[in-house]
Design a protein. Structure first.
Length: 181
């Protein structure tokens, strides 16, 4: 199946002024209602990473879990969850970050990764980069390395992918939306 960025973009719904005025939320739920589109997204990412040296899939709460679980299964790699505070039951590390909505935190189990692990970090989109950068800091605290950060959508006007690249974290997205799209 050939990946078609345009067809994927047409299934991502813009929701103006959500969750607050001035924000255009990029809703991926229509994409998930299309089995063909979801397969195109998953297959594109699987093909990209099938022969890579990644040892773990890191998935960001909550929409990153949707892709993370599929990739972990298909690539036969352990899945590491990066969750909102208070959701993981064992000893965790926590990192704060800024979003386009305000301040937030993300946690990971202390025993989720070790030195030498190569992590593919997944989320639905890269906006300000705050969540992914916070998860990347947690990965480094655990002694592991980030192979790449991947998402379905990049919102380059919000600067997240630039911040990730400035932090020496390679990024990959399947499509991008400019502010006026």
């Amino acid at each position: 199946m050939i990946f078609d960025e345009y067809s994927i973009k047409t299934l991502i719904r813009p929701v103006p002024d959500f969750p607050k005025p001035g924000i255009i939320f990029r809703d991926i739920t229509p994409l998930y209602r299309s089995p063909r589109a979801m397969r195109m997204v998953a297959d594109s990412l699987i093909q990209r990473y099938v022969e890579s040296p990644i040892t773990h899939i890191g998935a960001i709460d909550a929409r990153g879990f949707l892709l993370g679980a599929v990739l972990a299964y298909e690539l036969n790699k352990p899945l590491v969850l990066f969750r909102k505070p208070g959701k993981l039951p064992c000893d965790t590390l926590c990192e704060s970050y800024e979003t386009e909505y305000g301040e937030a935190q993300v946690e990971v189990h202390r025993d989720a990764l070790k030195a030498g692990d190569q992590v593919l970090l997944l989320d639905d989109l890269i906006a300000t980069g705050g969540t992914l950068l916070a998860a990347a800091r947690l990965i480094k605290q655990l002694g592991a390395e980030i192979y790449e950060a991947a998402a379905i959508i990049d919102l380059p006007d919000l600067g997240g992918s630039r911040k990730m690249q400035n932090a020496d974290i390679p990024t990959f997205t399947l499509c991008a939306f400019e502010a006026d799209e």
